[in-house]
Design a protein around this ligand. Sequence first.
Ligand code: NAD
Length: 499
Amino acid sequence: MTRDIGHFIGGKRVAGASGRFGDVFDPNTGEVQAKVALAAQDEVRAAVENAKAAQPAWAALNPQVRARVFFRFLDLVHQEKDALARLLSSEHGKTVPDSHGDIQRGVEVCEFACGAPHLLKGEFSDSAGPGIDMYSMRQPLGVVAGITPFNFPAMIPMWKFAPAIACGNAFILKPSERDPSVPMRLAELMIEAGLPEGILNVVNGDKEAVDAILTDPDIQAVGFVGSTAIAEYVYKTGTATGKRVQCFGGAKNHMIVMPDADMDQTVDALIGSGYGSAGERCMAISVAVPVGEQTADALMERLVPRVESLKIGPSTDESADYGPLVTEQALKRVRDYVDLGIEEGATLAVDGRDFTMQGYESGYFMGGCLFDHVGRDMRIYKEEIFGPVLSVVRAKTYDDALELPMSHEYGNGVAIFTRDGDAARDFAQRINIGMVGINVPIPVPLAYHTFGGWKRSAFGDLNQHGPDSIRFYTRTKTVTSRWPSGVKDGAEFVLPTMK
Ligand code: NAD
């Protein structure tokens, strides 16, 4: 018996009315476990109408009162975190402990959003002129939306809705149609925590729902996370209709391995960041760049047995290193890239293509793959694979190594492993990438800093979470006021300046 997943509009679950549905699979078994409704334009419109009606009263509340909803929500999520993690794993395929991380990184942004009363404080200048004070305030935009990817179905929805709602906006969330159950449950918990109906709506769907959001006249801003092709489309379409838009796209994250790097630490870091969550992370390391042949040989010697002994298991196996990929289509895509790498002339040092999981033969499992001697002109180097595949590109010198991520089209994350502070500092200063790790493989900034890539990994100019999220979901109004009233200094025809 498959479940039907509808939408969450006006504070309650509603059935889909479009007659279109998508399959939600159990990636462990390949079975369809639910049907998710794919919204039509009028369903998106219904969500926007609800949001629009509810938003002014929400925005008028004291921000500390709004923050209290998040305090209660955090309690509810904490009480339910095991069930949420299992639900997340059952649709995504990542292991349950990894799902706990997915939830926790979202929770941290909700904690940050509880600081809205402080973050929304404006600026004030007294005596800007005789009897004149000047102040600026941050006001919410109104109805805003978030469109999110499959790979973090708890974290990224919370990254989007928490700052937006804490700032006084109403929110339309369009989560990934691959794993919609956790976002739906989070919305329900927000209502249980005291959020007024209509402030957080979840509209499930595909391109049709996205296009409805992008063209809706009442949606003021759209935050998107997903692949670069769609990110660029959403950015261009949304800005063309006058919206504020920020879009975060794909990645190809390099790790430079210097000859003086601690090799044990480096290999541990590469294994975790390259293969964790089956490589389905935008901050996964997918390219290792050892500097010098000796470093490369030493790295390969240690990496090969580690990749060969990766423990793959169903998402319910807490001791597994990673679980299945999200869909059969994703599995095929990754396998095709491995075939392509061989055709392109890279050396496949570990081949995980034919891995099957005993007892789960129809699941979307894949063994770890490791390529050596990958060339910078190969498609397996240039394109995002998004699977358990690590490419080693050998560099002769530090400058050659630095040049690789510098000239790559993506600029999400990058790391250097070294014991040389001069090299590390030079790297951090010169690299043209948004998030940099020094002996840290996945340099995801914490909630109170901002997260965002450069180059074709991001479109728009404000990042996710941290202070940028408050800027993105608000606009500044500056007031110049003169008291006492009744001052008579005649009409001025010359532009007033500071004299
Ligand atoms: P995706 O681009 O397929 O989907 C993202 C969202 O766009 C989903 O909600 C989906 O329904 C919608 N969508 C899909 N096709 C569309 C179309 N043709 N028109 C309009 N909307 C469409 O991405 P995904 O496979 O869900 O997620 C993986 C991608 O997300 C990877 O490329 C990964 O690097 C990226 N990602 C980036 C970040 C970041 O912060 N930079 C974080 C997580 C994931």
